[in-house]
Design a protein around this ligand. Sequence first.
Ligand code: MN
Length: 224
Amino acid sequence: MQLNKGNRIIIVGDVHGCLDELNALLTKVNYRPENDILYFLGDIINRGPFSKKTYFRIKELNAVSLLGNHELYLLNKIKSKENCSLLERMKQEFGSSFRKFAEDIARWPVFVETVDFILVHAGLVPGKHPAESDEEMLTSIRTWDGKGNELNDPNHPPWFDFYTSTKLVVFAHWAALGGVVRENVIGLDTGCVYGKHLSALLLPEKKIVSVPARRVYHALKGEN
Ligand SMILES: [Mn+2]
């Protein structure tokens, strides 16, 4: 879609199957498909009540979603033919649509870059363009140890402390932070599935709009 004057970009954080909250958020931002470009930052599925319905809603909205660590984990299990509870549950929930769903998420981008911003599920590896990093890191990084061995250690600084470019990076994945707003970095995971909020960033005005979760769907224990 060609961006024209008056077009808005709407970027939504981790939905995790929270379809009711997603619909409430789209209403609150007055989403207009003919005028707005809609992105999701990944982790559409799992933990919340409606993975399949949320996935089909995103398709219906013609939105682009990035790959989150939950989708990547699922794809890795499919590839390695290993079973796991997520794979079992998604096969059950998606039923005959599972194959198409799996083929589709395998094509989801790990990052999106425009002249104005970079979108990524978890974050950027310090000093690297996202095209130089692997998908595992881009979908899971929280903190930086200087090497990339440990990506989630609260004793280390967050990855975005090392990000000095002026281009805006919008990420999700780190619900425990409750959102981040800096000049060049915005974190949109405000923990909807954990009973907090689902948030969207509106560009170019750089406004964050949130709706409350209807309930706690999953306990937050410093996990992904
Ligand atoms: Mn995540």
